[in-house]
Ligand binder design. Structure first.
Ligand code: G3P
Ligand code: CA
Length: 294
């Protein structure tokens, strides 16, 4: 059954594009290679959602850079996890009430030095919150992006802006390699909106569970109408859940997996890939599982 599901996925990917970049088809275990997603960049090593953390994610062999999007008062998309600036800048306020100019004055790196003194670096002091454009200027089109529309109900028009920017940077569209950009959200409405604007963009539905996760056939069918995968907290995942999801042809990406034992367990259970603050650890796990002399 598992082979059929993987074959279905491969056919889906082939159907979507001749170039299967989303997940190099690996001969290892006869299945799709596990996808390593740098969660907020390599955020276990450097301040999350800074160009430093994204750069480190690439150096540490992350396949994708994960970006959470918020929108400023003047309509700029920025990379930040929280709706407020409080946790990562030492100041207080809602992003939606601040202009880009105001946000650019903030220090988004020093908090990390205080929170993780053993990892502190003078390089992190004074780092700015990047705009999406700055991230794409620096890393696209040689990188892959897993972009989350955060709190889309707070930011009307966020999806249109995102699609416009991705088009402007030539990162989406029929001519593009399928899977270079994946868009994810907890909001069904946001994903459906994106799907309406451009059906060719692979979408991942994020799901919240109070563990353990259970999914019905009708929920799976609904998600299949617009998305290619699901994401959920790794502690909610079970082998049965993974089997059901992957048998339907959906991919599955648990978050946020930072310990090697959990990474190994999830790979054994057959996840498509995972979000981690430590892409270096996940890469070591993936490499250690490759058959010798490959
Ligand atoms: O996007 C997957 C995961 O990042 C969702 O959780 O809160 O870290 O954005 P969060
Ligand atoms: Ca996220």
């Amino acid at each position: 059954m598992r082979c059929i599901a993987i074959a279905a996925l491969v056919i889906y990917l082939l159907g979507a594009s001749l170039d299967i970049a989303i997940a190099d088809i690996s001969s290892d275990y006869g299945q799709v290679k596990a996808i390593n997603i740098s969660h907020r960049g390599a955020s276990g090593h450097a301040p999350e959602h800074t160009l430093h953390a994204y750069e480190l994610g690439n150096v540490m062999k992350g396949d994708y850079i994960e970006i959470d999007l918020q929108m400023t008062k003047d309509g700029e998309l920025i990379a930040l996890h929280d709706e407020t600036i409080d946790r990562t800048t030492g100041k207080k306020g809602l992003v939606k009430n601040l202009t880009l100019k105001e946000l650019k004055k903030l220090d988004a790196g020093s908090w990390f030095n205080e929170a993780f003194p053993e990892k502190k670096s003078t390089e992190y002091m004074g780092l700015q919150i990047p705009t999406l454009r700055e991230v794409l200027d620096r890393f696209g089109p040689d990188s892959k992006f897993f972009i989350e529309t955060k709190s889309p109900e707070v930011y009307p028009g966020m999806e249109e802006k995102l699609i416009n920017i991705l088009n402007e940077y030539n990162l989406i569209g029929a001519h593009q390699t399928f899977g270079n950009v994946i868009i994810q959200s907890f909001s069904i409405e946001s994903l459906r909106k994106v799907h309406q604007m451009d059906e060719s963009i692979p979408l991942v539905q994020l799901l919240s569970y109070y563990a353990p996760a259970v999914i019905t056939d009708s929920e799976v069918s609904k998600i299949l109408e617009y998305a290619v995968g699901v994401g959920l907290h790794y502690t909610a995942v079970s082998p049965g859940y993974i089997q059901k999801v992957t048998d339907s042809g959906l991919m599955i990406f648990p978050y946020t997996v930072n310990e090697k034992d959990d990474m190994k367990m999830l790979l054994d259970w057959g996840v498509t890939g995972m979000f981690t603050n430590y892409p270096d650890r996940l890469d070591e796990v993936i490499q250690s599982r490759k058959p010798k002399n490959s």
